[in-house]
Design a protein around this ligand. Sequence first.
Ligand code: SF4
Ligand code: SF4
Length: 347
Amino acid sequence: MRYVYLDKDNLGKFFDLLKEDYKIVGPVKKENKFVFAEVEDVSEMSLEYIPTILPPKKYFFPQKEKLGDFNMGDTKMSQTSIEMQPTVIFGAHTCDIDGIECSDAVFHKDPADPYYSKRSKMITVIGYECMFQCDDCATCVTMDTHNPKAGYDIMITDAKDKYILHVNSPKGNEIIQKAGELLENDSEEKIKSYLVKLREEKMKKFKVSLIANYNELKDIFDGSYNSKIWEDVGKRCVSCGNCTAVCPTCYCFDIYDDVKLDISGGDRTRIWDSCQLKPFAEVAGGENFREERSSRQRHRLFRKFDYSVNKYNKFFCTGCGRCTRTCMAGISLIDTVNDLTKEKNNV
Ligand code: SF4
Ligand code: SF4
């Protein structure tokens, strides 16, 4: 919609202006890792960070939430009302913004999830473009999530002596109107061509670690259902479920009821679940559709590179690298996808 410059010395003032209207969550260093947490001052954030332990999905879709209360005999549950302060997610990387677009596709699809939708309305996303690759686990270049495209209200790009702010929504525009005197204008054409130059330069600092390119990935998965590679991965997996908890595009949940002792009613809660846990695909009678770890691993990656394309026309892997980074068994998404690629190409 619009491009403006922000002097680097004015970032603190810009943050303070936001604070007048929003709760702000941003990337904060925690020991040798990073987390998204509430911040009061711009200095608390580390804008150059490797992906946080959990992605920003926790603000849209909390790990555990009460859905409502019910009375026995009533056919309807009274829904928990979502009380959420207007919140800015500050400094989200482009891969995580792609993750938000994936969960939007799921939760906003008719019928929209009312809890997710309500939170979504209260959240403003101010992204921060990565100008170098965070580490060797990331595959954002192949997944085409390393440059900003959509899904944010404002994107901040480090343009050496200044920041470039791309304003991409009416919500973003409101913020920019308020920040008026902190900003500098220039012709849109000039700023856009500067961005092209900056992005050409940044590509020298990114590496491509997947053998396959974006357009080949779906085909590779289509032909891999019976591959022995799933057995090899299954032998190493310990079924902890960490890879799905940290994944920005995993959205499976379980629902359980807590019933009062006098069985007059109760409340209903949903909680993140994981397809990597054995009971996930268990059904009445004790049958389990994915009893083997190998089939659960295959399912996880098919949900990223195959089924999601059929259903949402989108890969559900943002290339953030969290699953590889977190796996205590050393299972790497890069190795698995590269092994499948080599198998397909008979290398
Ligand atoms: S994090 Fe690793 S060990 Fe745990 S379920 Fe995922 S792949 Fe298996
Ligand atoms: S599958 Fe792994 S790399 Fe892809 S989005 Fe999920 S956590 Fe990130």
